[in-house]
Structures are given as structure tokens and as C-alpha cells.
Design a protein around this ligand. Structure first.
Ligand code: 2HG
Ligand code: ZN
Length: 461
């Protein structure tokens, strides 16, 4: 018994010592007071015990860390800014305690290549830092999201994050020219050449984008940049229904400058206003709100105003031309997540349905959860992407099951942009066929036969 106990302790110490040799003593955290922020997600709904947190400083160290953990068969959870909402970047509540591999020290920002209009950055660079670093060169990155200050480029690629500007720039995968990553056996793959044309076999960058840390650890990325657009105008539209918002969207999408169309409802607005002490945007209350933004090399406000004047379903509109005014309008939408979290741990279901089903689906969800939870529904209109947030659900599993089955029944996806994570493994079969899941599992076991990278994420064990 003494031998067994001693072996356990020794083995823990040996791993700590090995990792300290690789990354330095300060790069290995074992004190629960220091590891706490790495082991629980933003909502407080996901997390679990961790063996240690390791913070390598470059790709070679990441590779050595992966090799050391693989040699001991210790599961690894790659983590960026820990802004994920499906438990894909934090430990499971039970099972062998994993190592959290934090990429936040990989913050190198390379020079902009102005001819290719690309840049190579470390996986740990936060989105807002990247955008600030390229702004004075007249450039921008296509993806934007509310968690911009903490969400890292590596994490965004691993989850193929969507966000607010998908209608113009696509999801993160579309904005990435290549990646560097460490495979589960410690080999490094380098796809950073940024060649727009390169048909030499499988698209490993595309495969790893959205693989949620289950196939490799992304260490660097070659990003496609877009011109910085200096002229912006935002408008918050008050409407009677989501149907009217969809009618407005059809017309608004004719504007090439449109880059954002976000919807929310009166209950969400009330919650955000109470949480953040914000004034009412309009004198009256309306059922539905649509936040739109246009951006261009020349001022797009005239073209936006012309469309708004034509739309007789718009009951009122608040228009913002300056940066501070635009941020004031955006806050009504962007503060939904934080305001909901302040109510307790929410059940979050990020789903997408075909556009023609959106109005009925929203009504169905409200009917389905009536008396069982308080719903807050909002999202990205142009992709039919609804963030179903339920507060106070007594039977969250059952509610999730019913909502996700409803999504599948109308031909939607159980995860629009947050990923499968640990939250939705049970329902993967609602959106992917048995043949697809077996192909995905085959890729997983070919690259990670030991199953050490993010076990329990995407696929149930
Ligand atoms: C957003 O669109 C994020 O703000 C978070 O995807 C959504 O909190 C959510 O459910
Ligand atoms: Zn979203």
C-alpha cells in the first residue's frame, strides 16, 4: 500500500518536475488558488479538478509538454482565453485529472505582410490586441465578438468562432490562411506559408479549425486581413416581430456595407438595462430589436438611411455615427451574456435553424419552456443563429433535449458557433449522421490513438 501511494505521489512530482524543466518553474501552476481561473468556465456551469496548469512560452515548449504528458498518458486540455461556452476548454467534473495547457503566453505578433495582406500571430494573442496592433496599418481582422478582450486567436480557430460579422467575412475558418500546430505525439505541423493556392492533399488548417482541441494544439496562425473601414454607422431598429426583422434584413442585405444584424427582444433589453443601468433606447417599448451596422471606405449612412426610410415596418430607429454612440447601441446586445450570467448559471443552447423556420422556432421554444425556465433569446439574424439562454431550469437536461430535437426537426444545427464541447456530445447525432461521426472518430483515433487531447469533447467517451 505504501509503495502504491508513494508511486502515485512520485509520478505527480515527476510530471511537475519534467514540465518545470521545459517551461520554467513559474510556468507550472499547481496551487488551487492559481489554477482556479483555468478550471471553471465563464458561466460557472462547466469545470472540474485539474492536475496542474502548464503555460509554455513557445511552440517548441508546447511540443515538449505534449510529449511529456503523452508519455505519462495524462489527458491535455488546450485552453486559450477561456471564453468558450460549451465546456470544451475546461476539465470535466470527473475522471482522471488532466493538465490544462494554457496558450496565453504565445503572444508574438509578427510583421504584417502588406502584399499578401496577412500576418502570423501566436495562438495566445487576444482578438482585441490583434486588431489594435494592425489598426494603424489600415488593416482589420474579419471576425469580431463580444469576448474580444479575452478570446484568443488560437481558441477562436479551434472553435471556428463566428461572432457578429459572419455575414460579411464568414466564420474564423474563412479568415485563416494557415496554422502551426502540435500533434498529440509532439510533432509540429507548419502550414504558415499563407499560399492562397496549395492543393497538395488534405486541408489540415480547415480540419483543425473547429476541431475544439481534440486533434492538435494550435500554436500559431497565419491570418487573412481586411482593409480597415473608416466610416461606420449603426442603427438600432424597433420592430413588432422577428418576421418584420427578417423582412428588414432582406432589404438591408442589398447594402454591400452591411456587416452586422443582431436581434434581441424586449425581455432581454429590460434585463441588460437593469444589469448595466442603461437608459431606454426609445420612449416606447417594442417587442423586437434589430441592431445593424454598416461600414465602408466612404460614409455608408446615407444608403442605410435610405433603406430605413423605405421600411415601413420599422417603428422607430436610433442611429449612431460616432464610435462612442455606436458602442452605446451595441451594449444593448453585447451585454446580454453578462446580464444573463448575473442571474445564475444559465442553460445555453447556441443553435441555428433555416431562415424560413426562425420565426416559428422562436415561438415554439417560448411555448416549450413556458413555466419551466425563463428564456432569453437573441442572436445573429443573418445566419438564423439563436442563442437560447434559459435561466432557472429545474430540468435542464430534459429542456435541452426537447429544444435540440426541435432544432433537428426543422433541419437546423445543434451548434451554430460555440461548438459541441462537453455540453452537447450527447446530441451530436442530431446534427451529424452515423457515417459522419464514424469518419470523424476515425480521424480522431488516427491522429490521437491514445485519446489524450481533450477527451470527452465533441465525442462522448
Ligand atoms: C454572443 O453572440 C455570444 O454574444 C454569446 O455568442 C452568446 O451568451 C450567449 O449565449
Ligand atoms: Zn454569438
Amino acid at each position: 500500500m505504501i509503495t502504491a501511494l508513494g508511486f502515485g505521489i512520485m509520478s505527480g512530482d515527476v510530471l511537475v518536475e519534467r514540465l518545470q524543466k521545459i517551461v520554467g518553474a513559474s510556468g507550472v501552476l499547481t496551487d488551487p488558488a492559481l489554477t482556479a481561473s483555468y478550471t471553471t468556465d465563464f458561466t460557472g456551469g462547466f469545470g472540474g479538478p485539474v492536475r496542474l496548469v502548464v503555460r509554455p512560452g513557445d511552440t517548441a515548449e508546447v511540443a515538449e509538454v505534449v510529449r511529456a504528458c503523452a508519455a505519462d498518458g495524462v489527458p491535455i486540455i488546450p485552453q486559450g482565453g477561456n471564453t468558450g461556452l460549451v465546456g470544451g476548454g475546461v476539465p470535466a467534473p470527473a475522471g482522471p485529472a488532466p493538465v490544462v495547457l494554457s496558450l496565453t503566453r504565445l503572444t508574438e505578433i509578427g510583421p504584417v505582410d502588406p502584399i499578401a495582406r496577412q500576418i502570423t500571430v501566436g495562438a495566445g494573442v487576444p482578438l482585441a490586441t490583434l486588431r489594435a496592433a494592425i489598426r494603424d496599418q489600415g488593416l482589420d481582422f474579419g471576425v469580431d465578438l463580444a469576448a474580444r478582450d479575452s478570446a484568443t486567436i488560437g481558441g477562436m480557430i479551434a472553435t471556428n468562432a463566428g461572432g457578429e460579422r459572419v455575414l460579411r467575412h464568414g466564420t474564423t475558418r474563412a479568415c485563416v490562411a494557415g496554422i502551426e500546430a502540435v500533434l498529440p505525439d509532439g510533432q509540429i505541423i507548419d502550414r504558415l506559408a499563407g499560399l492562397p493556392k496549395d492543393n497538395t492533399g488534405f486541408d489540415l488548417t480547415g480540419l483543425l479549425a473547429g476541431s475544439e482541441g481534440t486533434l492538435a494544439v494550435i500554436t500559431r496562425a497565419r491570418l487573412k486581413l481586411t482593409p480597415q473601414l473608416d466610416h461606420h454607422v449603426a442603427a438600432l431598429l424597433a420592430l413588432d416581430s422577428i418576421g418584420d426583422a427578417l423582412t428588414a434584413l432582406v432589404r438591408l442585405r442589398e447594402l454591400p456595407s452591411l456587416e452586422l444584424a443582431e436581434f434581441f427582444f424586449a425581455d432581454g433589453l429590460d434585463l441588460v438595462r437593469a444589469h448595466a443601468s442603461l437608459p431606454a433606447p426609445f420612449r416606447e417599448t417594442y417587442a423586437t430589436y434589430l441592431l445593424v451596422e454598416c461600414a465602408g471606405r466612404t460614409d455608408p449612412s446615407d444608403e442605410l438611411m435610405a433603406v430605413l426610410e423605405e421600411l415601413d415596418t420599422v417603428r422607430d430607429a436610433a442611429v449612431a455615427m460616432t464610435g462612442p454612440d455606436r458602442r452605446r447601441l451595441a451594449a444593448y446586445r453585447e451585454l446580454h451574456t453578462e446580464s444573463i450570467n448575473a442571474q445564475g448559471v444559465p442553460l445555453k443552447l447556441d443553435v441555428t435553424v433555416p431562415m424560413h423556420e426562425l420565426e416559428r422556432f422562436l415561438a415554439d421554444v417560448r411555448a416549450l419552456v413556458e413555466g419551466r425556465a425563463t428564456p432569453y433569446l437573441f442572436g445573429h439574424l443573418a445566419e438564423g443563429n439563436i442563442h437560447v439562454n434559459l435561466i432557472g431550469a429545474a430540468d435542464p437536461e430534459a429542456l435541452a433535449d426537447e429544444v435540440l430535437h426541435r432544432v433537428a426537426a426543422v433541419g437546423g444545427s445543434i451548434s451554430a458557433e460555440h461548438g459541441v464541447g462537453r455540453a452537447k456530445t450527447r446530441w451530436l447525432g442530431l446534427s451529424r449522421s452515423a457515417a459522419e461521426i464514424s469518419a470523424m472518430r476515425a480521424v480522431k483515433s488516427a491522429l490521437d490513438p491514445q485519446g489524450i487531447l481533450n477527451p470527452g469533447v465533441i465525442f462522448s467517451d
